[in-house]
Design a protein around this ligand. Structure first.
Ligand code: CA
Length: 222
């Protein structure tokens, strides 16, 4: 399997390329959007991993151009945690999936395998937990035919909770998932957002609950 990987952070690009090579992918690494597009034009890739923030031409512009050429090579976007708008635009432009930075290598490998399996079909992954489903393309949370639109932070928090159902997550983990590393958010801001999410859950009639565990954290009880 031949992959094109566009990433301008050198250390990150080296680390990821090493892992992919170890897993028997042939990887071509470029460090800017123009080179990514030039390589994509030449074709012959089974999949493209595209960082959004790239010099000379950003990842979304590359993706737009690739799809405009009628090229349906699967594309996995790498996005910063806070860039929900970019992620939605990317999925609308025809990205197959996205992964938020920082990510663990196992998840990247899993997403690449899934991307290659799904080739030619574009369906963003809908996340399910209990009676809930979370749609990253439309940024909605649903129970049956009832859904609510989520704000950026609400989406990030819900995604983290739904990926870890019935597991108590620490306040730090949750803050990190929605606000990133250099967060100025604290336990109070988190509480405000979780209270908003509880209202959404009630509104769509879900039986899933967000339980707090004093001095420990929060758990999505499914
Ligand atoms: Ca970058």
């Amino acid at each position: 399997m031949r992959l094109l990987y566009a990433e301008d952070e050198g250390a990150m690009a080296d680390a990821v390329a090493d892992i992919l090579t170890f897993h028997n992918y042939k990887v071509e690494v470029v460090d800017n959007g123009e080179d990514a597009l030039a390589c994509a034009r030449e074709g012959g890739y089974d999949g493209i991993i595209l960082d959004i923030m790239l010099p000379r031409m950003d990842g979304l512009a590359v993706l737009r151009e690739v799809r405009r050429m009628g090229d349906s090579t699967p594309v996995l976007l790498l996005t910063a945690r806070s860039d929900v708008a970019d992620r939605i635009e990317g999925l609308d432009l025809g990205a197959d999936d996205y992964l938020t930075k920082p990510f663990v290598m196992d998840e990247l490998l899993a997403r690449i395998r899934a991307m290659l399996r799904r080739r030619e079909t574009y369906t963003p992954d809908i996340l399910s937990a209990g009676d809930l489903s979370l749609d990253p393309g439309r940024v909605t949370l649903s129970h049956g035919d009832r859904s609510v639109s989520l704000q950026n932070k609400e989406f990030q928090l819900m995604e983290t909770l739904m990926k870890n159902p019935n597991v108590c997550l620490s306040v730090d983990t949750l803050i990190m998932s929605a606000w990133g590393y250099d967060a100025d958010a604290d336990a109070n801001s988190l509480r405000v957002y979780l209270s908003g999410l509880r209202k959404h859950l009630a509104k769509i009639g879900s039986s899933v609950e967000i339980k707090s565990r004093r001095n420990i954290g929060y758990m999505l009880l499914c």
